[in-house]
Design a protein around this ligand. Structure first.
Ligand code: SAM
Length: 260
């Protein structure tokens, strides 16, 4: 009877792995690794004798939907053969990563035990490195292409975080970067809610202990020419203070009068 665990390694090589995630890796029959860096793969290989890289499923020009279907098929085949399977992902396996959620759901639908072990995501590192508390004024997260392609309501008194900003506007799901013109459209969309000189941050968490995180501050208008990498995340701080809701405040004050 097969069992699936999708676990996160965290962002920092050798530094973020939880004891529970490590136990899942060590006790599995087979480990599938979808991690961004060959060094990270070597680290996982230190923990298990049968680590299979899912990296080969990616190819330029191939739809990422197909890539994820292939990864899922590899995982499910071992599970259906009755093995204990561990899927290893960088960061958190369920944050801006659809495949591990699909794998857990499919495994459960077929009657297998399946769990997800959280990991330290880019989001967690961002709060620590940039000194942001998402509870202070609120913080919204969107995938950059989805943000561009659909009408969303932005609250410019909260933080806005855009993921996969280097792929912004890519509808094909086949490319590994979108162009300057796409980013100009992103700036255009953001300029509906933010001034063009708004100071935004390009953020990259350190993945090796010897690195420092990237936190480049630039004007929103300069985004099209900025150096964007697959691991870049864009952070827009609030542009104005919280606006009190006087109507709600007086309704609450009236409640307090009745029931002090
Ligand atoms: N599951 C991952 C996590 O828990 O952070 C996120 C995977 S998502 C497919 C990829 C996106 O995560 C990137 O486009 C970027 O926005 C963000 N990301 C990945 N690595 C990062 C890093 N080192 N620093 C900041 N953001 C990163």
């Amino acid at each position: 009877n097969g069992r699936l665990a999708c676990v996160g390694l965290g962002m920092l090589l050798g530094g973020h792995l939880s004891p529970r995630a490590e136990a899942e890796i060590r006790s599995a029959d087979v480990v599938f690794a979808a991690v961004s860096d060959p060094l990270v793969e070597l680290w996982v290989e230190d923990m298990h004798a049968d680590v299979r890289s899912l990296q080969s499923c990616y190819a330029e020009g191939k739809s990422r939907h197909r890539t994820y279907d292939e990864m899922l098929a590899l995982i499910m085949a071992e599970l259906r053969a009755g093995r204990r399977v561990c899927g290893v992902f960088y960061g958190h396996p369920g944050v801006f990563a659809r495949m591990p959620h699909r794998a857990v759901a499919l495994a459960r639908a077929e009657g297998f035990a399946a769990v997800m072990e959280p990991g330290i995501s880019a989001e967690d590192c961002l709060y620590a490195d940039l000194g942001i508390d998402p509870g202070e004024v609120g913080c919204a997260h969107f995938e950059a292409s989805q943000f561009l392609l659909y009408r969303r309501r932005i609250d410019p008194s909260a933080y806005l975080v855009l993921w996969q900003v280097s792929l912004a506007g890519d509808r094909s799901h086949r490319r590994y970067a979108s162009g300057r013109a796409h980013r100009a459209l992103l700036v255009d969309r953001l300029s509906e809610d933010y001034p063009l000189d708004h100071a935004v941050t390009l953020y990259e968490a350190a993945t090796l202990a010897i690195q420092r995180p990237r936190a480049d501050v630039l004007a929103l208008r300069d985004l099209p020419d900025a150096e964007l990498r697959l691991q870049s995340t864009l952070v827009l701080p609030p542009v104005h203070a919280l606006r009190p809701d006087a109507g709600m405040m007086s309704r609450i004050a009236r409640l307090d009068e009745v029931d002090p």
